[in-house]
Structures are given as C-alpha cells and as structure tokens.
Design a protein around this ligand. Sequence first.
Ligand SMILES: Cc1ncc(COP(=O)(O)OP(=O)(O)O)c(N)n1
Ligand code: TZP
Ligand code: MG
Length: 221
Amino acid sequence: MPSLGRLHLVTDTRPGRDPLTVVRAAVHAAASVTRAARPVASAGAGLVVQVRVEDSASDREAYDLAGRIVDICAPAGVTCLVNDRLHVALAVGAAGGHVGALDLPVAAARRVLGPAAVLGATAREPVTAAAAVTAGAGYLGVGPYRSTTTKDGLPDPIGLAGVRAVAGAVAVPVIAIGGVTVADVPELRAAGAYGVAVVGAVSGAADPARATAELLAALGC
Ligand SMILES: Cc1ncc(COP(=O)(O)OP(=O)(O)O)c(N)n1
Ligand SMILES: Cc1ncsc1CCOP(=O)(O)O
Ligand SMILES: [Mg+2]
C-alpha cells in the first residue's frame, strides 16, 4: 500500500462554497510541486482529499460530488477518501474513508471497506486512539487542535500537548485537525504529527493552489 499523504484537504461544502474548484486547484498544485521527485502516476501523493459533505446532503449528492472528486484525484495519484458515508466511498471507488464517534464503529467500518482500504478514525486522547488502531484504523484524525468556526459543537481544543500524547501512544500516522494553518506545521510535526487536515486553510484562502503548495512544502512533501 502506498504511504499516506501528509496533507489532508477536507472539502468545504457549506452554502456558497465551491469544493470542486478548490479540489482542482489543490490537486494541480500537489502534482506540480511533487512531480520532480516522483513518477508521474504518483505525482500528487503528498495530498489526500477527503470528501466531507454536510449531514443534510443526500446520498445522491454525496455520490455525485465524490465521483467527480475521484475523477480529479486519480490521474494525479492523489488519494481520495470519503467521510462518514462508507457506501459512497465504495460506490465511487475511493481509496477509503474516515469515521468518528457518531459513525460506524471502526471495526465495522473496516469490515465494510475491507482489509486493503485506507481507514481513518477520529481520536482526541491516547486510550481511545489506541483502541481505534486495534479495531482497524490505519491513521488517526486528532483534534481539534485549535478552536475553529468550520464545524459546530466541537469539544475544547487539545492543543500541542494533546496531539503529542496521542502521537506517543500509537504507531499509525497522526493527522492533526482543527484550526490548523501553515504556521502550525513545524510545531505539530515536532510533536509527532505525521500530517495535518485542513478545511479553511485551503478552501478559505485567496489562492487555494498557493495555500496547498505552502502546506505541502511545510510538511516536507
Ligand atoms: C482527518 C480527520 N480527522 C477528524 C475528522 C472528524 O471526523 P468526525 O469526528 O466523524 O466528524 P465529522 O467530520 O464527520 O463531522 C475528519 N473528518 N477528518
Ligand atoms: C471536521 C472537523 N473535525 C474536527 S475540526 C474539523 C474542521 C476543521 O476545519 P478547519 O481546518 O477549517 O478548522
Ligand atoms: Mg464523522
């Protein structure tokens, strides 16, 4: 299985956003910055795109968006995951999915996706993180690192100490999420994070391609 990308772009599908334009820009940037170091078919391997739709979206809407994003990602070697809706991930041929506390349990998600799929799970403290790995998670989304306005109802931020505690407890990649900006990357990496997941730092940027390139560079991709 190829190694996991370090920059996870989570789509912003709130009203007025344009996730396809942002994903196209990010994929193009990822393929451009890493092409020199990789075979063409895996040029964008530093980037993962996670298709995350609003809970109010229908499965058909999720399927249509995810299918279009798989079509954008695949030629560039960018991994595409689907948040929550694992049947959509399977239906569009995504590489896998991401589940949290309100989604299928990790072991059930692994059964649905199969042994070879990429499966991420949300964790915010070491004991549940280790349990998620035992149940079959191949990476962990850990946070929220900072407070963020992108998602309502999140628990308090765990900060650098929280990320460090989880990273020290598991052997799988830890992806820090929640209010992450490019300026946070060095300290997160030093704390043991393998990578970062962002919505606003790319989707809310004036130039999403440039923001992607800067994040990838900060992550050493
Ligand atoms: C990489 C990553 N980490 C955490 C999450 C959050 O997942 P979850 O807790 O299930 O919340 P929703 O995103 O489903 O609202 C994530 N999506 N990705
Ligand atoms: C889905 C999710 N889960 C925890 S924080 C978050 C949103 C992250 O968005 P941003 O990068 O804009 O803070
Ligand atoms: Mg979820």
